[in-house]
Design a protein around this ligand. Structure first.
Ligand code: IMP
Ligand code: MG
Length: 196
């Protein structure tokens, strides 16, 4: 017997759910529809950023695959960067941990991210990947936190605008925890140690 999402007890470290499974699914669907419209008849490479974007990439790829009119073929790749370490604020430094396996040159690429916050990660990826001469380079984020943006960067496709709170779940972590939750929730302030 399956337990309905609404009956699942909230994890004790969490204050409240911000986006439930249905809201996340609708946002992913909207991202897929926007990406499909911009890539009709063309191959597209969805490039997920580990580890936070794993669920977004997986759900988005399967939504996009069925959409007509839409891309000819959908390819997947992954890269890993680190910006936060184990803290709840960015260190301001982005490092490439794992590169793509596909060549980027001449391809239509969509970077897939869990969240854009200060924008340093996305601006780093935009610079890194555009130097490899893709045919087009766009970015899709499930969540946008526009409040602390440092880098003048915007995602091309945004699923949901997120309150200025530290959130976890659906790929997002605090100290590598809570990534496996199917919903997005606010972490209880007493659980995380904010260095600011
Ligand atoms: P940016 O470089 O500040 O735009 O941050 C992007 C990355 O920071 C994301 O891929 C997340 O890993 C992380 N991040 C930003 N905000 C949150 C949050 O509220 N919870 C968990 N991780 C976050
Ligand atoms: Mg993280």
């Amino acid at each position: 017997m399956t337990t309905p999402a609404s009956a699942r007890a909230l994890h004790p470290d969490l204050e409240c759910v911000l986006f439930n499974e249905a809201e996340i699914a609708a946002a992913i669907r909207s991202l897929a529809e926007q990406i499909a419209r911009d890539h009709v008849g063309h191959d597209v490479l969805l490039l997920g950023v580990l580890k936070g974007a794993v669920h977004v990439l997986s759900d988005l790829a399967r939504e996009l695959d069925g959409l007509k009119p839409g891309p000819a073929r959908v390819y997947l790749d992954l890269m890993a960067v680190s910006s936060y370490g184990n803290a709840s604020r960015s260190s301001g430094e982005v490092r490439l941990i794992q590169d793509t396996t596909h060549a980027i040159e001449g391809r239509r690429v969509v970077i897939v991210e869990d969240i854009i916050d200060n924008g340093l990660t996305l601006s780093y990826l935009n610079a890194l990947l555009s130097a490899r001469k893709p045919l087009s380079l766009r970015s899709a984020v499930l969540l946008d936190k526009p409040y602390r943006r440092i880098a003048g960067v915007k995602a091309d496709y945004v699923g949901l605008t997120c309150p200025d709170e530290f959130i976890v779940g659906y790929g997002l972590d605090y100290q590598e925890r809570y990534r496996t939750l199917p919903y997005i929730a606010k972490l209880r302030p007493d659980i995380f140690s904010d260095p600011e």
